[in-house]
Design a protein around this ligand. Structure first.
Ligand SMILES: [Zn+2]
Ligand SMILES: [Zn+2]
Length: 246
C-alpha cells in the first residue's frame, strides 16, 4: 500500500459496504484492495448446501436425499452441463451485489471475486482446463453502468485457475429489459436469441466456464450456453456468485 493510501485510510477508515462498520480494526488483508465487507457480514452469507440438483444447482428441501437431477432439468435438459453457485441470493450477498451493480462500487468485486474463485477452485479445478467467459452486457447497458460486474468476477475466477479469459467473443445483441419484474415465461422470451458468438474458433472443443453475478431462472446462462455449444464448445459449466432459490 502506498503511503498516501495508508494516510487516506487513517483519515477515512474504510467501512463495510453492507453494515457500515469500520474495517480498520480487522481488515481481511492489507493489500492494495483491502476487503470492503466485514467478517460478520461475510459469515452471514447463506451457503447453498447439499442436497441440490446436479444440473441447475437448485437445493432440495429435504436433506434426506442425495444430489440428483431435478424434475425440471430431467424434463428439459439445459444447454449447460451444470450451473452452481456458492450462495443463496438473499441477505448480505444480495446487498453486496446491489452495491456492486447499482452504486458503482466496483471495488466490492475485489471482495466477492475471491469468494467465487475459491468455490470454483474447489469444484472445478479437476475438470479443467477452462476458458472463462463472463456473461456479456449489451453495449448500451455497458455504457450506462460503465463496467460489467460479471467480468470483474470472472477475472478473479480465471486467475485462480491460471486459465484463459475471453470477454470479447460472446456478445449480447439484444438490449433486454431488466429480468426482475418479469414472469417466468416473459423472462425466457426476454433473453431468447439475445447472444451471439463473434468468433466460434475461440471456443471450439473447449470447456467453457461461464461466469455471472446472479442466476434467477437460469435462462440467461442457458441462452449463452446454447450459443457456445452451437459454436463448437465441448461443454459449458456455469458459476454465479449467488442463485435465487425459489
Ligand atoms: Zn459488515
Ligand atoms: Zn435442476
Amino acid at each position: 500500500m502506498t503511503p498516501l493510501k495508508q494516510l487516506t485510510q487513517i483519515i477515512y477508515p474504510p467501512r463495510c459496504v453492507i453494515c457500515g462498520d469500520f474495517l480498520w480494526r480487522a481488515p481481511f488483508d492489507a493489500g492494495d484492495s483491502p476487503n470492503s465487507i466485514c467478517r460478520e457480514c461475510t459469515s452471514d452469507f447463506s451457503p447453498i448446501d447439499a442436497p441440490f440438483c446436479t444440473i441447475c444447482g437448485m437445493p432440495f428441501v429435504s436433506d434426506e436425499i442425495e444430489n440428483h437431477p431435478c424434475e425440471d432439468c430431467l424434463r428439459t435438459k439445459p444447454s449447460f452441463q451444470s450451473a452452481y453457485a456458492p450462495y443463496r441470493y438473499e441477505g448480505p450477498v444480495l446487498e453486496a451485489v446491489l452495491r456492486l451493480k447499482y452504486s458503482q462500487k466496483t471495488f466490492v468485486a475485489d471482495s466477492l471475486g475471491p469468494l467465487l474463485a475459491e468455490f470454483v477452485k474447489t469444484h472445478f479445478m479437476s475438470l479443467g482446463p477452462f476458458l472463462t467467459m463472463p456473461v456479456p452486457l449489451h453495449p448500451k447497458r455497458l455504457r450506462e453502468r460503465g463496467f460489467n460486474q460479471s467480468l470483474l468476477l470472472a477475472r478473479h475466477v480465471a486467475a485462480s485457475l491460471n486459465g484463459e479469459l475471453d470477454f470479447l467473443s460472446l456478445i449480447r445483441t439484444k438490449h433486454t429489459t431488466s429480468q426482475t419484474t418479469l414472469s417466468k415465461r416473459e423472462r425466457r422470451k426476454n433473453v431468447q436469441n439475445a447472444f451471439f458468438l463473434r468468433n466460434p474458433d475461440v471456443v471450439k472443443k473447449k470447456n467453457i466456464l461461464l461466469v455471472d453475478d446472479v442466476a434467477t431462472t437460469g435462462n440467461t446462462l442457458n441462452e449463452c450456453a446454447k450459443v457456445l455449444t452451437l459454436g463448437g464448445a465441448e461443454a459449458v459449466f456455469c458459476v454465479t456468485l449467488a442463485k435465487a432459490v425459489i
